[in-house]
Design a protein around this ligand. Structure first.
Ligand SMILES: *[C@@H]1O[C@H](CO)[C@@H](O)[C@H](O)[C@H]1NC(C)=O
Length: 432
């Protein structure tokens, strides 16, 4: 072929290429426009008014298809819009306060202990406490009603399986149970990798955790603009008086002492350990007691909605360790002090591997010793950081304990990730 011909051919090819690109672009634009106006979308592209742009791409037609709500769940969603309480006592919060989110189910005897411990935390009046409830329980509410030591905002998970006695996310008539064969039994459901069908009690924790994360970072009026860190605790975590001040120090030291740390923790990742008690900070794998991170980290987590929602594992924390964190591309370390500022005291597990998940009554007195050293900040600026590398525990490659095989749970979970970003959220607190 003569050289000039080749050029001509190339030119033509290039023009054809441009044409194809243009037409495709136009097509995609129109498609997006149509999808958007239908508010059902294959591709959800959103940008927050603040911070990083977050592009969440849901692969196959995951549209926002939230379950039909009932009277109770609608009234709770409305209650979520109520202003925080104790605004008269604590009208202004310092700009750099660390919001505290406490997520609870139904263990009032535990909740009393947590709230009592929080009341003794130095600096607690400087922050907002958000209490997120999985289910509706009067006894839990009355404990929260008694709080006078800081601003409190109560929110209720309106899609809690506990609120739906005879429809999804609870059990619907016709749902498969245990190891039913859907084709033989003509029942609804997809078994998990071990052949078991969904159980609302088991899936509720992971759903609640994910709904709560999306709600506090992207939905709730009181917190969705929060630029600092948020601390997450559970109803069976005892918090020491120095927890808040220690956390402020850790958050300040994090960029200086451990730039590769994603979070700060109030306790070691090994829940049985109370710390080394040495004169050093520790960087180790993310723990699940008193973990604290900022919006940048949340955006990273949120981008992994598919990993979180589609992995066949009913524990939120194991899901994070086995799929979400490994997908970040570098080890996810958390910074902490050498002495716990929070401990897990619950005997009745709500998660963790294959624990029994039936009702658990635990009426023993919780006596956690609080020493003088736990009442004052006990982290020193000048300490170096000990990095724990290659720690044992759940990690990439773990297949999951199951319990999360039903497509309806996957879809609901993905819907939580997009409900505030699509601006179509019946249960959100988006109103201003
Ligand atoms: C949030 O924390 C991460 C991890 O520690 C850090 O890289 C990032 O700069 C922080 N973002 C802001 C806005 O401070």
């Amino acid at each position: 072929m003569a050289p000039y011909k080749k050029t001509q051919f190339k030119d033509a090819a290039f023009r054809r290429y441009l044409y194809v690109v243009f037409v495709t672009g136009l097509g995609v634009f129109l498609l997006l426009f149509l999808l958007k106006s239908n508010s059902t979308s294959d591709v959800v592209t959103t940008s927050q008014s603040h911070d990083a742009v977050d592009d969440v791409v849901f692969s196959k037609g995951e549209k926002l298809n939230l379950p039909k709500q009932n009277e109770l769940s609608i009234s709770l969603a409305q209650r979520n819009q109520l202003p925080a309480r104790n605004l008269d006592l604590y009208p202004n919060l310092p700009k750099d306060h660390i919001t505290i989110v406490l997520y609870v189910h139904n263990r009032p005897q535990y909740l009393k202990v947590v709230i009592q411990s929080l009341s003794q935390v130095v600096g607690i009046g400087e922050t907002l406490l958000v209490v997120s409830h999985d289910g509706y329980f009067e006894e839990m509410n009355s404990i929260i009603d008694g709080i006078k030591f800081c601003q409190v905002k109560q929110i209720f998970f309106p899609y809690s399986p506990h609120l739906f006695p005879n429809s999804f996310p609870g059990v619907s008539p016709g749902d498969c149970k245990e190891k039913d064969d859907p084709t033989k039994m003509h029942c609804t459901g997809n078994p998990d990798q071990y052949g078991n069908h969904r159980s609302p009690k088991i899936v509720s924790l992971k759903h609640h955790w994910w709904w709560m994360m999306n709600t506090v970072w992207d939905g709730l009026k009181e917190t969705r603009q929060h630029q600092g860190h948020i601390l997450f605790i559970e109803e069976d975590h005892f918090i020491f008086p120095n927890a808040y001040r220690n956390l402020q120090i850790l958050v300040e030291l994090k960029p200086l002492k451990c730039p590769h740390c994603y979070a700060a923790n109030l306790a070691p990742s090994n829940v049985k350990s109370r710390g080394e008690n040495w004169d050093m900070l520790a960087a180790e794998r993310m723990g699940n007691i008193g973990y604290t991170f900022n919006r940048t980290v949340w955006r990273n987590i949120h981008k992994k909605a598919n990993q979180f929602c589609l992995f066949d594992e009913y524990n939120w924390d194991i899901t994070m360790w086995a799929t979400v964190y490994p997908s970040f591309g570098s080890p996810v370390y958390s910074l902490r002090g050498p002495r716990s500022s929070a401990v897990h005291f619950g005997k009745c597990g709500l998660h963790q591997g294959q624990d029994e998940r039936g009702a658990c009554i635990d009426n023993r007195v919780v006596d956690i010793e609080v020493g003088e050293i736990d009442k004052v900040p006990n982290i020193k600026q000048e300490w170096s950081v000990h990095v724990y590398k290659h720690q044992a525990g759940y990690q990439a490659g773990f297949k999951g304990w199951g319990g999360w095989g039903d497509k309806r749970d996957h879809q609901l979970c993905l819907a939580f990730a997009s409900m505030y970003l699509l601006g179509d959220s019946p249960s959100s607190s988006k109103s201003d």
